[in-house]
Design a protein around this ligand. Sequence first.
Ligand code: FES
Length: 166
Amino acid sequence: MSNKKVSRRQFLNYTLTGVGGFMAASILMPMIRFAIDPALQAKAEGDFILTSQKIDELTDVPVRVDFSYEQVDAWYKSEVSEMAWVYKEGDKIIALSPVCKHLGCTVNWEGGEHKNEYFCACHGGRYEKNGKNIAGTPPTGPLDQYEVSEKDGYLMLGKKIPNTLA
Ligand code: FES
């Protein structure tokens, strides 16, 4: 058995250090957890979103496909609605973003009586069916593409990627 005695001063020092440390940890841990919470959230990017578009109903004429997903921005969750222009080229499914590469308006297939083209009514931007911007109109780049996948015969859309067709 040790003969070391703990003085009253040492005992108070140990006790106060222990209690103080415990209290500091109790206060700091929730703050740290709160600060890094977004980093702990599972990232939705890269995930595919199931749409209500049947694959076998797609043709070589672009159709509008609406979809939505939950977005987590720091601690704010919201439902985001987006759409894509989708068509088939042989067996390949092409899904294009409708966001105009000029200033971000929404392009429409055969809008403004422009046959076989996407048309942006904001400043007269035009794109070919594969999303290639038509020279002489305001957009300076092609429409982005969506990654595509399929589940049980339905179209799934993934993240936006640079256009691989134009
Ligand atoms: S935003 Fe589309 S042409 Fe300007």
